[in-house]
Design a protein around this ligand. Sequence first.
Ligand code: TXA
Ligand code: MG
Length: 319
Amino acid sequence: MEIISNPTQVEIKKAAKALKDGHLVAFPTETVYGLGADATNEKAVSRVYSVKGRPTDHPLIVHISSINQLDKWAVDIPEYAIKLAEEFWPGPMTLILKRSELAKNFITGGQENVGVRVPSHPIALALLSEFEKLGGAGIAAPSANRFGAVSTTTAEDVNEELGSFLNLNDSILDGGSSLIGVESTIIDCRKTSPSILRPGAISITMIEDVTSYIVPKNFATKNIRVSGLLQNHYSPKAEVVINSTPQSGDGFIALDDVPTPTGVIRLASPVNLEEFAHLLYSALRAGDRLKITRVVVIQPDGEDLAHAIRDRLVRASSC
Ligand code: TXA
Ligand code: MG
């Protein structure tokens, strides 16, 4: 397995070819790193599941280079979903739509719907367009972490997490640290109006403004499988405790204006919500590297991105 730093166009082309040949390529997106495979190649996709240690009934998001590719993967697309795609793609948003013939059970976990996203990271976009030039239809990519663990936001973290499970012909494209730091907003577009399955940087307000629909504020869902909705997902090795007083030896993550008590190991001091999301997963990983067994996080207040951060923290802290 090769790690390619700041890949050139030629190296991206090579990675696209490797994907087309059935190998795996981990790549940066603006949310988190993804572990990519040709979304039409059952064998390659099955390796994604085994490298992640993920149960096969948990569907994968198909990444495409632009809205123009959407019809390949989805049918009966509602008007409001088109509006969302036109407004927020490329960007941190996944749409769940009725699947086309191309979206097989090995991508959708046997469900009749498919998740699709156009990421905005330039390396992801370049990889997708090179892949499509070779006749590829889309890249299936879950977050590049072991099942249940914290997502990765740097190539080093991908390597630490998955390197030992990857083969000689697989590769990791290093495009720096993911700007947003939490996974895309997942929007269920199977009904007459949109609802959120996983909060992210595209907020309720943004969705309401574009679609003119009211978006429900409870994200729980019964008849659709989102593995991120499992308890104890997005978990580091350390126990995560929310809004408590840290004790000596504990790790601590809070906004910059919250002081660090004596003997407590400060893992991150973000100055705003954007930085909080950007630093959260790498701070939790840093805590694990330091063998800290308990991390206290003071949750940020507010809507929008704060919502997404609290969602991940609640999952990281439940067991
Ligand atoms: O930001 C992101 O979305 C990142 C980057 C790499 O694009 N990807 C990501 O993938 O977070 P993953 O597989 O770790 O999380 C995607 C979530 C999973 O919980 C999966 O169950 C859900 O999306 N999902 C995917 N396809 C779905 C579908 N057809 N129906 C319902 N849920 C779906
Ligand atoms: Mg994931």
